[in-house]
Write a protein that binds this ligand. Structure first.
Ligand SMILES: [Zn+2]
Length: 349
């Protein structure tokens, strides 16, 4: 018995159940692809964000744009052959670099994939997989994943921050990513919090990521290790240059006082930047992801305090500041959300 037949049989008898029966019958599957520096992660995802099949393969970014595209297509084909019903009806992909989300073309190179600039990513995927395809920047896609299926799913307007080598940001307004005129909206890491502050790779000074991203936290951890001040870091790693931001976050979460001070200092810098964001955008929720978020309340306590201290009362009153919920699945979940949001006529046969 196929779904369509079941529907025709059931509906005359259970008119009152029409809505729920119909919802089951139009359940959609899409493919989400997350192009990372190390791995391509792909998944078949349903319209409630459940992963029903998964496939991953090494990115091998150094092999160049055509080879990386071939591995994305291969991942898509592997997922299309997975035994799911209904078959996936669209593809979404998150890629590093600047992406024109309207056309799905790479407009600003991702530094680690030679030749990736000007790649018509969505068009090439669509032609190879014979499905509608949509592309956006990986940080935007992660934000969309948290907005649709993760920590921000109860809110319409949210900002998602990922603390890593830099501080990436995605702005979701009315459940859609805000891209800006040149596809660069959401670069919260380059919000300056000090006119005469540290030099940043972007050419400006005092950008919050020079104080609160993983390299700055790791550097403070290394100085702490060398200082001789008693800290759990000395039990965790055997040399100062082995200290990572994740180590500092872990030690802070376990109550190590000097590491808590490092995380608090980063949190206050981030809080100052986010207070500006809150005053401008008045989101309902800020989601924080990345390894440093593992510090838990050592990060979130002072961060919330700083945002409330500096943000306008009306903007911070009901503001939620919460950890990301999807972890590494935010990428595929968000790519799937992108496909679900953009595709037309899918699953309505
Ligand atoms: Zn900067």
């Amino acid at each position: 018995l196929r779904r369509g037949q079941a529907l025709r049989i059931i509906l005359p008898f259970y008119g009152g159940m029409k809505a729920s029966v119909w919802k089951v019958s139009v359940k959609r599957h899409v493919i989400g692809l997350d192009l990372g520096g190390t791995n391509i992660v792909g998944a078949v995802v349903d319209d409630e964000g459940q992963v029903v099949a998964e496939h991953r393969t090494p990115t091998q970014a150094e092999s160049g744009a055509e080879a990386v595209l071939a591995r994305l297509i291969e991942t898509g084909r592997a997922l299309l052959s997975s035994p799911v019903e209904p078959k996936p009806c669209a593809v979404g992909v998150g890629s590093p670099g600047g992406i024109d989300a309207e056309t799905g073309r790479v407009v600003f190179p991702a530094l680690n994939i030679p030749g990736w600039e000007d790649m018509p990513l969505a068009a090439r995927l669509s032609a190879a997989l014979e499905l509608p395809a949509f592309a956006d920047n990986d940080v935007n896609v992660t934000a969309l994943g948290e907005a649709w299926f993760g920590a921000g799913s109860r809110y319409r307007d949210m900002v998602c921050i990922t603390i890593g080598t830099g501080i990436g940001g995605g702005v979701v307004i009315d459940r859609r990513v805000h891209h800006g005129a040149n596809h660069f909206a959401g670069e919260i890491g380059h919000t300056s919090i000090d006119l005469n502050g540290r030099r940043c790779v972007c050419g400006s000074q005092g950008c919050v990521e020079t104080y609160a991203a993983a390299p700055a936290i790791a550097e403070s951890g290394r100085r702490l290790w060398e200082s001789g001040i008693p800290t759990r870091l000395r039990e965790m790693v055997s040399a100062a240059d082995e200290v990572t931001a994740a180590d500092v976050a872990e030690a802070a979460a376990s109550g190590d006082a000097p590491c808590r001070r490092i995380i608090e200092s980063a949190a206050r810098c981030l809080g100052a930047a986010l207070a500006n964001v809150v005053n401008i955008l008045n989101p309902e929720c800020i989601v924080i992801g990345g390894g440093v978020a593992q510090a838990g309340e050592a990060l979130f306590g002072p961060l919330r305090e700083e945002v409330r201290l500096r943000g306008l009362n009306v903007a911070t009153e009901n503001l939620a500041i919460v950890p990301a919920a999807l972890g590494e699945r935010a990428g595929v979940g968000g790519a799937a959300a992108l496909a679900l949001q953009r595709v037309r006529g899918c699953g309505t046969k």
